[in-house]
Design a protein around this ligand. Structure first.
Ligand code: IPE
Ligand code: IPE
Ligand code: MG
Length: 249
């Protein structure tokens, strides 16, 4: 899109944090922050479509967020449901494919039905894959994958000694998608909070003090800018990477 050969991440993964604080600072109930955060989701989706990011993964609700007051959990579930109702048609029109990852059995049946319908409707879209992590935990994901392999060992179709990284990876939630290139966490906290633990092994990290409702086009473009300036070495030396880049381009 831009004349300069800007390095664009294929996959951006975001912990959308700081909604509650944003609302409290304005003397509003925490939920007002979650609602305003939805506008940031729209902005970031638009930016990804514009810049050609292939996958956007958003952490919407962690497996630990059930610990919040029941009222907030209920409001978040309702917001998730209405967002699915109102946004999916527009996402579909823009060529967005929706994927929801996380443990669904804890959700109300109406919510599960909406999740399935939205995934079905958008399954063949190719402009952007939008992954929503809801009741998701990185430990849950890895544990689940380990269980699948253990079942194969128990059934005698797999030898424990043959288990390798690729096999475990293949059983994770987004195994068919590229691993995140850029991780963003808003809200000032510098932690992973049980997000994509396996998949973030070599992801570039970007932490910002901006609260999620404040994180719009300019902030997202700033994060892309910062990503473009990084050298990803994956264990190699800087000289090796430079040589390969010369050969490649
Ligand atoms: C992130 O914002 C949204 C969810 C976890 C659902 P928070 O609600 O965690 O906002 P803070 O961190 O309390 O400000
Ligand atoms: C992480 O935010 C989860 C989501 C954004 C959905 P939290 O606000 O729950 O994280 P902690 O508890 O501060 O680590
Ligand atoms: Mg928080």
């Amino acid at each position: 899109m831009s004349e300069s050969a800007r390095k664009i991440p294929r996959h951006v993964a975001i912990i959308m944090d700081g909604n509650g604080r944003w609302a409290r600072r304005r003397g509003l109930p925490r939920f007002a922050g979650h609602k305003s955060g939805l506008e940031s989701v729209r902005a970031v989706v638009r930016c990804c479509l514009k810049e050609g990011v292939e996958v956007l993964t958003l952490f919407a609700f962690s497996s630990e967020n059930w610990r919040r007051p029941a009222e907030e959990v209920g409001l978040l579930m309702n917001l998730f449901m209405t967002a699915l109702d109102y946004e999916v048609a527009k996402l579909h029109k823009n060529g967005v494919r929706l994927r929801i990852i996380g443990e669904r059995s804890a959700f109300a049946p109406e919510l599960v039905a909406r999740i399935e319908a939205s995934e079905r409707l958008t399954a063949n879209n190719g402009a952007l894959t939008l992954v929503i992590a809801a009741n998701y935990g990185g430990r849950w994901d890895i544990t689940r994958a380990a269980r699948v392999l253990a079942e194969r060992v128990a059934a005698g179709t797999l030898a424990a000694a043959d288990i390798n990284e690729a096999m475990l990876r293949a059983e994770l939630s987004i195994a068919d998608l590229p691993e995140p290139d850029l991780f963003i966490r808003t809200g000032g906290e510098q932690r992973i909070s049980n997000f994509l633990l396996w998949q973030l092994a070599y992801t570039e990290m970007h932490f910002t003090p901006l609260l999620w409702p404040e994180f719009r086009d300019e902030a997202f473009n700033g994060a892309l800018e910062s990503y473009g300036q990084r050298q990803r070495r994956f264990g190699r030396t800087g000289e090796q990477v430079e040589q390969e880049e010369k050969k490649g381009g």
